[in-house]
Design a protein around this ligand. Structure first.
Ligand code: SAM
Length: 254
């Protein structure tokens, strides 16, 4: 059994869990005194623990041993996802989390059908639950939605560190990675990029209607690389999950 608690909830060797998390432990996981449990702090470690007992819908837990676990990807992947309708966005957040993405930026693009959303809290809960389920020790940051065109002003380390996935053109992924690595070797002419973490990569996936040509041109003008995922047109959620998995396979830890 595995739960994630905020670091500030983990004080001392005996903790009492109440509310939603206690309900989850009691009703879903049906825990009882003596059960073993892993308590993740969402920041890189977990505690071997034991259920000491249940009291008035609360669960008392003894923390036995703190273990630093590195279940995290060596890559700092940021997925910039054109906001998708309904459960498609939930699925992208869940699968990208399982695959190891560190940050998710919901973007409003020219062809977005969703221009305003109140789902960020929901998406953050999905990311937290997917982190717990996949045994990650970090919870990906789900940012507030951003207009696509202001992305480059807000995320200044983007130049030279990203791929825009474009079904109407773009390099094969392996070629794009080689081109990126060559470009990074000549960082000297990009002082702003020298702050970039070598393992950081932004993956830009459009909404159901895709990116506009202007959006692709703006992105390429910032020295990101347009990448193709092959000849077939993938649904956005398929493209997002495939792109993250392929990058993790080629550069990360899958
Ligand atoms: N133009 C598409 C169409 O005609 O249906 C709409 C965009 S597609 C459904 C959603 C997103 O998935 C695109 O913006 C792109 O980021 C990505 N995508 C889908 N297929 C792709 C491919 N073959 N190569 C690269 N990206 C792709």
């Amino acid at each position: 059994m595995r739960i994630i608690l905020k670091k500030e909830e983990i004080k001392g060797n005996r903790i009492t869990i109440s509310g939603e998390k206690a309900r989850y432990l009691i009703s879903v996981l049906r825990c009882s005194a003596g059960d073993e449990l892993q308590v993740f702090d969402g920041e890189g470690s977990f505690y071997k623990s034991k259920v000491a007992g249940l009291e008035n819908k609360k669960v008392i837990i003894d923390l036995l041993e703190r273990i630093s676990l590195n279940a995290e990807s060596p890559l700092n992947l940021t997925l910039v996802q054109g906001i998708l309708k309904g459960e498609k966005m939930d699925m992208v957040i869940q699968k990208a989390t399982e695959l190891g993405v560190k940050e998710i930026i919901p973007a409003v693009t020219e062809r977005s059908q969703i221009r305003h959303t109140r789902k960020v809290y929901r998406w953050r809960k999905i990311a937290e639950e997917a982190s717990r389920q996949s045994g990650r020790t970090m919870i990906p940051v789900v940012h507030e939605p951003i207009e696509f065109n202001s992305l480059f002003a807000v995320h200044y380390s983007l130049p030279l560190s990203g791929f825009i996935f474009w079904e109407d053109g773009g390099l094969p992924l392996k070629e794009a990675i080689e081109k990126m690595q060559d470009a990074r070797e000549n960082l000297s002419n990009h002082p702003e990029a020298c702050i970039m973490n070598p393992a950081s990569l932004y993956l830009l996936i459009g909404p159901e209607g895709g990116f506009s040509e202007e959006e692709v041109n703006l992105t390429v003008s910032k020295e990101l690389i347009a990448v193709s995922l092959g000849k077939r047109i993938l649904r956005a959620e398929t493209a997002a999950i495939s792109a993250v998995a392929l990058i993790q396979f080629l550069l990360g830890d899958i």
